[in-house]
Structures are given as C-alpha cells and as structure tokens.
Write a protein that binds this ligand. Structure first.
Ligand code: F1P
Length: 356
C-alpha cells in the first residue's frame, strides 16, 4: 500500500499521462487560431515568463521555440520583467509575450503582463491550468491544461502538461507537422517509461547513501535539470543544484563527494561532451544516474527511455522519473511531499507595501 503521506503528489505524478493527452488534444483543436497568431506579425522575439517551476518551464520552452522556428526567444523570471522592463526588452520589432503560470494568480506574472501591455502592446499568450484565472482574463489569447490542476503545492503534472502545450505551440509556429506528431506519442511513452523504471527510481530515492543531488542538462534539457533540482529541494529539502553540463567543471565539481548523486539528462547532439563530465564526476567519487534515450552508457545507474523521439521532443519524459525521485527521497527522510514547509501554492504580493 502506498504511504498516505504524499498520496496527492504520488497520484499526480503517476496519473499525469491523461492530463498530457488532453493538453495536447485541446491545444491541437486550436491549431488554426495559433497558426494565425504566429503568422499575423513577424515577431522579432518571443519572451517566455514564469516563476519557480514555470520559469524553468520557460527556459525549456524558449530553447525549443528558438531551435524549431529560428525566431529569437528567451526566458525571464516574471519578476525581472515586472521590476525592470526596460533592462530586458528592446523595441526592435513586435514581441510576443508567453506568460506561464499554473495558478494564473501569481502576482509577479500578472504584473509582468501588465507592464508588458503598457510598453510593448497586446501580443500576449497565457499558458495556465485555470480557465477562470486572472491571467486568462488579462490575456487576449490563452491555452489551458484543464486536466492538470493539482491539489499539491509542488508542481508535477502541471509542469509537464503546460510544457507540452508550449512545445506544441513551437511546433505549430514552425509549421513542423512531424514534430507535432512526435509530441502525440509522448503520453504512451511516459506511461511505459514510469512503469519500467519505477523500481529503480524508488531504490535510488530511498538510498540513504545519497544526501545531495546535482542535476545536469544542456540546451533544451537545462531548464528540465533546474526543475528536477527544485523538486528535490521542495519535496525532500535535500541540498540540490542544477548546472549546464560543462559548467560543472568550472567550480561546482569541487563540492562533490561519495554521498552525491549526479543525475545527467543526456542529449543526442552533445552526448560525448556530457558523458565526459559524468565520467569525471564518477572518478572523483560521486555516483551517477544517466538518463538517455537509447545509449549503453557507462554509469552507476542507467535509464533508457527507448522512445526513438528527437531530443527536442522527448525531454518531458525525464520529468515523471525525476519528480518520483524527489517524492521517494522526501518519504525516506520522513517528510510529507504534499506539504513542503514554508511554501504556498500561489505567491501573492501586497503591492502597496512593495511586495512585503
Ligand atoms: C509558481 C510557483 C511554483 C512553486 C511554488 C509557488 O506558481 O513559484 O513553481 O512550486 O508553489 O508558486 P505559478 O505562477 O506557476 O502558479
């Protein structure tokens, strides 16, 4: 029987694939409208914003959007855009703002949308889980992952479902029907992968040998590594960090020891460089968990997705495993992943008191 501690989080992680399905099919139903949005103006730039998990989602979305469309795209924490709009945005042509928020109620995200609309126009697309949210009311366009609403504070199913929506937007904007087809296969692969790997992930999460975690990812996988780091921190309160793969050598490597599990989210294009970093981590005593699609990599622990999908499509398949790793680590530390200390599901600022 599953431990009743963390039961909400567990259910949201293990049952997320139906929410993935409906996020994809609901977005595909709006394909014509989205195509029109991306074709209406030659956007000079697309800016993705969010807070916490949704900022990390923005990092992934911007990397994929840029690679597929060739349009300049980047991610910003919503607070930076709200507090310093002119430091981040330059009017060199029309800009599309993509505001991502599970709740659609986070003050920083709402304020960033307002600041954007004041200075840069009305081209804003919201991605959220709540159709009746303030964000949807503020934005002329919105996409809603309706089935991904969560009872837990920590984002799991919502992160993956909103990421799929952002990926589909990138595929539609790029006119890449082949990419959109790959995305449709993800829910089936997701369900299979978690079934195949659940035991290994449980064993690793419960392994008391590991008391700190490093997550490495390059290109589109960097934001995923950051999100995995955040899950581990929020749920299990374990020291946890994320780096671009090759940045690991430039300092962070010095803090690694035999109690560190270094988790590598492998790409295809930079695979050899990434594996060299992981081998170095092993040589200095860390244990490694390598997540890859198909390779027979040298590692202490190896997960193969066997999806056959491209690296720009399949990254989301790493997430349920990494969410589950944090969940089991939390339980093994006697914590309840459903209620992380000091966290609120929605961060609301008192604007008149400068956010205090
Ligand atoms: C973003 C967020 C979460 C975080 C925490 C507080 O909310 O920062 O990522 O886990 O629970 O809220 P949202 O704008 O996506 O609703």
């Amino acid at each position: 029987m599953a431990n009743s501690k963390g039961i909400k989080t567990r259910t949201e992680i293990l049952d997320q694939f139906t929410a993935w399905e409906s996020a994809l099919s609901d977005t595909l139903r709006q394909e014509a409208r989205l195509r029109e949005l991306f074709q209406r103006k030659p956007f000079a730039e697309v800016v993705f914003i969010g807070c916490g998990s949704t900022y990390y989602l923005s990092l992934v979305a911007a990397a994929i959007f840029r690679a597929l469309t060739g349009i300049r795209a980047r991610a910003l924490p919503a607070s930076e855009l709200f507090l310093f709009p002119s430091s981040f945005l330059v009017k060199h042509g029309p800009i599309l703002l993509v505001a991502i928020s599970r709740s659609g109620e986070t003050t920083e995200t709402l304020q960033a949308v307002r600041a954007f609309k004041r200075g840069y126009g009305n081209d804003v697309l919201a991605i959220t889980c709540y159709e009746d949210s303030s964000l949807v009311a503020e934005c002329p366009n919105s996409l809603v992952a309706k089935e991904a609403k969560e009872a837990s504070i920590v984002q799991t199913c919502s992160f993956s479902s909103m990421l799929l929506i952002a990926q589909l937007c990138a595929g539609i904007a790029a006119g890449r029907a082949d990419y959109c087809e790959q995305l449709k296969a993800l829910p089936i692969h997701g369900e299979r992968v978690i079934e195949e790997q659940h035991c290994l992930i449980k064993e690793l999460g419960e392994n008391e040998e590991f008391d700190e975690f490093v997550f490495l990812g390059s290109g589109p996988n960097y934001g995923l590594a950051c999100e995995a780091m955040l899950k581990m921190k929020e749920m299990s309160l374990s020291p946890s960090e994320a780096f671009h793969f090759l940045e690991f050598r430039h300092g962070p490597k010095s803090a690694v020891n035999e109690k560190t599990l270094v988790v590598g989210l492998l790409s295809d294009s930079a695979r050899d460089y990434e594996m060299a970093v992981l081998e170095e981590a092993r040589a200095i005593g860390a244990k490694t968990l390598v997540l890859t699609d198909q390779g027979e990599e040298e590692a202490d622990y190896l997960v193969q997705l066997n999806s056959g999908l491209s690296e720009l499509a399949r990254g989301v398949l790493y997430m349920p495993l990494l969410q589950l790793l944090a969940y089991y680590k939390a339980l093994s530390r006697g914590l309840n992943p459903d209620i992380p200390p000091h966290l609120d599901a929605v961060v609301r600022l008192k604007m008149e008191e400068g956010g205090r």
